[in-house]
Ligand binder design. Sequence first.
Ligand code: ADP
Ligand code: MG
Ligand code: ZN
Length: 606
Amino acid sequence: MKPLSKNIIIGIIAILVVSALFSSYSLNADEPEEVTLATLVEEIEAGQVSAIDIEGVEVLVTLTDGTTQTSRKESSVSISEVLIDYGLTAEQLRAADITIKDRSTRSYILGVILPSLLPLLILILIFWFMIRQMQGANNRAMSFGMSGAKEMKDSKQKISFKDVAGAKEAKEELQEVVEFLKHPKKFSDLGAKLPKGVLLMGRPGTGKTLLARAVAGEAGVPFFHISGSEFVEMFVGVGASRVRDLFSKAKKAAPCIVFVDEIDAVGRQRGSGLGGSHDEREQTLNQILVEMDGFDPNIGVIVIAATNRPDVLDPALLRPGRFDRRVVIDLPDIKDREAILDVHAKNKPLAEDVKLHRVAERTPGFSGADLMNLLNEAAIRAARRDDTKISQEDVLDSIEKVLLGPERKSYVMSKEEKKVTAYHEAGHALVAHLLPNCDPIHKVSIISRGMAGGYTLKLPSEDRRLHKRAEFIDDMAMMLGGFIAEKETFGDVTTGASDDLRKCTQLAREIVTRYGMSEKLGPRVFGNAQEMVFLGREIHEQRNYSEKTAEAIDAEVENFVNSAMETARDIIRKEKLQLDKIAKKLLEDEVIEKEGFEALFETKSS
Ligand code: ADP
Ligand code: MG
Ligand code: ZN
């Protein structure tokens, strides 16, 4: 509440200033002598008075020699009456040739009305400040129905499809939208109905917002950008009126694009809300639906919406005539990753040895935003080295930084801890290397990074979207490799394996309940992950199976974990010498890269 206290201070200062003015007004430097009215009468009789000024009850007397005196009278009677009452005759008064000025009205305002009004004025002022302050906080709440949509028409950095690397299919789909916007007549003359809505779906950071802006840039039309969460305010009904306002603005600016980012904030399935805000969301959503149905498709307003949760959207949004075009934006594959890296490397000086292809290889599962972040981290790392160019090492190190968090070089492990970590990571690496369905090892390290004590980096050799059961089973063994290696070597286990165990158990449960990969339970999905809207995460699983099935699921999960454990144990017992070798090398070098790791296995066979 800093601004509020600032306003109070301003208010206090205002009061001080005003009261200072007032005190200086009433505090005339030389206090004139105060005389009685009888004295005044005598002075008039003596012809010494040249002027009399009246201010309410104050009588200000100026004598012929220039000195001033004050006196008082009742405010209800005039000065001449008073003087006559005191024995002055009318002739004497006339003869005295006195200018009598009544400044009462002016002084009445200054002296009576203003002081009594002033506190009121100050209060009003303070309230005004406070209300303004509140408006600052909820600016949009006060301007109720305004959509607050940002129109980005002639933005300086106009984005075109060139700035969006990869995403070929998405661009093709959207190219059509660009055509509609550029030549709406061409289509309507043929009786074609323009699409009203395009829904961009994709994981966070895959470039949905970027693509939408590129469409506007390509078509050269106004672009209204609003985020779904901006519709949801503290007052019910604001969202709906904002939608109305947004669409009426858009219709005036047609042809144009209305871009609703993160539409899942309002477009979640109706009736699934919890807490107070869902009424508001429903009204807003209804209004969006009404507006989308309401306008003539051929006026050229195209609504583009983006979401990373298409699964939670209300089916009504997806009905034909609304967002009937759906564009899925996938995580970039290796080619696209290289292209995205190229785009973002444009304004960065790279050393000759930087092979963006190698970087793309090492970053499966990275989104466009991750890749941008990666290059940025690399640039920061280079700058901190006081280099003028970004080296390959900067980039590769940043991959791990983005994946796992920053290196914690300052964290000094005890010798004992280091040994345990080395064996733990060696266990992962060994099991992964020897099982056919695990991804190849790229790096093993016992330098702490983020939350991890050490890490084993394995990366798929190609992008994959489907996963085989055999992969999961080998992965589980690999996850337990660290735990088993500790146990087999030291006869005890540490807390370092807890994250591995959690992931392994989770995977086993998913194999059984989600992928239907358990032979005993068959191809069924168990449980119904229900959304709790206010957290936006699955926190509550609805059971749609019996107690007996629950037991069977638990037993199956246990089976999977146990057999993974056996696989890992067999490997580590059989290859104990190899495990020692990897661990020893790790203790020496702290980091083993892919080539070095593979070399360890070659020397064994020869
Ligand atoms: P989303 O809206 O899907 O979460 P954004 O469009 O905001 O993701 O993307 C975030 C940033 O990632 C963009 O500003 C852009 O710099 C980068 N980016 C994402 N995808 C791409 C791409 N295909 N080509 C170039 N840059 C991309
Ligand atoms: Mg976005
Ligand atoms: Zn581990």
